[in-house]
Design a binder for this molecule. Structure first.
Ligand SMILES: Cc1ncc(C[n+]2csc(CCOP(=O)(O)OP(=O)(O)O)c2C)c(N)n1
Length: 357
């Protein structure tokens, strides 16, 4: 069955919906300002790996994470900085990973986004292209075998990811096993430089859902209020035993694939369509129109978020890089990642990381 997201906040009481919108907007804003800062650090040659941004996808990203509860499973992708923050990741982890700080969750060994906190159900991504669906399924099976109920797993995906075998296997398995999986597809019109016309032949990606026997939801990914409502609905249905839910959002990637890519292949006419709108100013307009915020609050929030971003970036730039002589070189997989206290503040510079294993 296909569900269109119509009336906002139908399932949510008005006061709590207002609070949800306000919080969601602040995470979107913080993510946008932080990513703008990362882009400028990249241009200044301060970041050695690639930089992959979620500009234009913050509303969808934040809505997915905010629909979850503690104990749920969250598998974000490269465009989910906003969702990661909303799921509880400290802002400093974003900067520490990109800037290669030894105090970061990956101890400076990953240059961009493969971080997580598995003990909290926050999974580190393997690959962008559908690989995380099976991992979320596995985590949901584990909860089921332990007798834990009411847990939902949310996996993020791009339109390109839906063309892979991993997508087919993952969604099919979730459907057959009626796992509480919410699969959120950000159809941002390109998979790197490949347009959707070269990616799939169905009219809409939501059309794939009935073939697998799962419920689909379509949403305008530029509209924060619609995203919050839709994701709340999808997560609630999965939690209530409705089986996997496929959410398909229409939006546009507002940057290149990464900051190394100018996106010159993108059709400029897409920016003129509703899906080409920037969700951040649109959210501001919506919140003001509904009387959920005042102009003064918006100004204050922006300046506070900018200060937080600047001070975090400055602090991380002073932190040590990994020392090859001290590293245990467990690549990206080691017991520390799953078992050490969140963040690596506890690991004093000079201490041997392997000591925690
Ligand atoms: C198995 C695999 N093949 C190729 C890549 C390189 N790659 C990373 S992202 C990407 C495009 C993904 O497009 P889409 O799923 O639409 O997500 P978007 O980047 O648009 O958010 C590619 C080809 C990869 N990470 N993994």
């Amino acid at each position: 069955m296909l569900r269109e997201t119509g009336s906002a906040q139908a399932a949510l009481a008005d006061a709590s919906f207002q609070e949800l919108c306000r919080r969601a907007y602040r995470f979107m804003l913080l993510a946008r300002l932080a990513e703008d800062k990362l882009a400028s650090l990249y241009r200044a040659g301060k970041i050695h790996g690639g930089v992959f941004l979620g500009r234009g996808q913050e509303a969808l990203s934040v809505a997915g994470a905010m629909a979850l509860r503690p104990g749920d499973i969250y598998a974000p992708l490269i465009r989910d900085a906003a969702g990661r923050l909303a799921f509880g990741e400290p802002l400093i982890d974003l900067f520490r990973t990109y800037l290669g700080s030894r105090l970061g969750p990956m101890r400076g060994r990953d240059g961009n986004v493969h971080r997580g906190d598995p003990r909290r159900g926050y999974l580190a991504m393997i690959s962008h292209l559908g690989a995380m669906i099976a991992v979320v399924n596995g985590a949901l099976f584990a909860r089921r075998y332990r007798g834990q109920t009411g847990v939902v797993g949310l996996a993020s995906l791009g339109d390109g990811g839906t063309s892979t075998g991993a997508f087919h296997e993952g969604i099919n398995q979730a459907a057959v096993e009626r796992l509480p999986l919410v699969l959120v597809i950000a159809n941002n019109q390109y998979a790197y430089s490949t347009p959707t016309s070269r990616q799939f032949a169905c009219k809409d990606l939501a059309d794939k859902a009935p073939g697998y026997g799962v419920e689909a939801h379509r949403v305008d990914g530029t509209d924060l209020l619609a995203c919050l409502t839709c994701l709340h609905e999808a997560v609630s249905r999965a939690r209530a035993g409705g089986g996997p839910q496929l959410v398909v959002a229409q939006l546009l990637r507002l940057s290149g694939h990464g900051e190394h890519d100018d996106g010159a292949y993108m059709d400029p006419r897409l920016r003129e369509l509703p899906l080409g709108r920037d969700c951040l100013p649109l959210a501001e307009k919506q919140l003001l129109q509904r009387g959920y915020v005042t102009t003064e609050e918006l100004h204050r929030w922006r300046s506070e978020a900018q200060q937080t971003v600047e001070s975090t970036a400055a602090r991380v730039q002073q932190e040590p890089a990994p020392d090859p002589l001290l590293e245990d070189w467990c690549a990206l997989s080691c017991r520390d990642m799953a078992e050490a206290p969140h963040g690596w503040e506890s690991l004093a510079p000079g201490a041997k990381p392997g000591a925690l294993v």
